[in-house]
Design a protein around this ligand. Sequence first.
Ligand code: NAD
Length: 255
Amino acid sequence: MLSGKKIVVMGVANKRSIAWAIARAFHDAGAELVFTYQNGRFKDKVEKLVGEEDMSGSLLLPCDVSEDAELDNLAEELKSRCGRINGVVHSIAYANKEELAGLFADTSRDGFLLAHNVSAYSLVAVTQRLYPLMEEGSSIITLTFQGSQRVVPNYNVMGVAKASLEASVRYLAADLGPHGIRVNAISAGPIKTLSAKGVRNFNRLLDGIEEKTPLRRLATADDVADTALYLAADMSRAVTGAIHYVDCGYHIMGT
Ligand code: NAD
């Protein structure tokens, strides 16, 4: 489904990362991958994973999305080393741990701005630099959570940042549609990852969800990866600006 496509995967921290499940699915589907990592701490982890999975042809590049110089450097490196690309997976979010607990009303100005900078604006910052390298038919995919639409205990400022991210998806989709580039978000159900651990009582959030979802189970990173595969492939060529739920139907339930 992705043979001949070069796709940039941003947001692998470890083997539990949703971005890693997506990378494996894309690799199996024939994509050539470029991984970006936040800093040296994650570089070693990504290198190890890429080696273990035999993705040795993949390129690894640094990119802290809160640094304009690193974003500019990423665009330059991609231009000189890949030429054209066919898509980006943006699987990145961050908020201070203390803002992911207690009252949303207690969110600090700095904490609000940090969460929005890394978790929402970064999609815009990445897109504005990389879309000139994209061929027609390219696909940009980001990851969101239902806490953007409903109040989820302790998700707080991240829910507000995800609402901004989802609105950004729509505006970017409208901007880039005429270039033949699609922009979509996957709204994943809760999955135990490094980021999820930052939300206080995340495990309690999972309690009882299985019984409440129409499919009577939790979505996995592999479920998300298969939907990402569809969104990256030509099969979804008429889909853009969508927030696509991969949560075993939990979002349709009243309680
Ligand atoms: P994760 O911790 O594995 O991935 C988050 C990634 O964000 C990490 O690789 C981290 O290095 C990166 N990141 C943070 N700040 C960065 C920065 N300044 N520059 C570059 N990279 C930075 O966790 P995950 O759950 O796989 O999260 C991936 C995406 O999925 C996030 O957007 C998250 O909000 C979203 N999501 C997660 C869940 C869940 O329950 N785990 C549900 C819905 C959506």
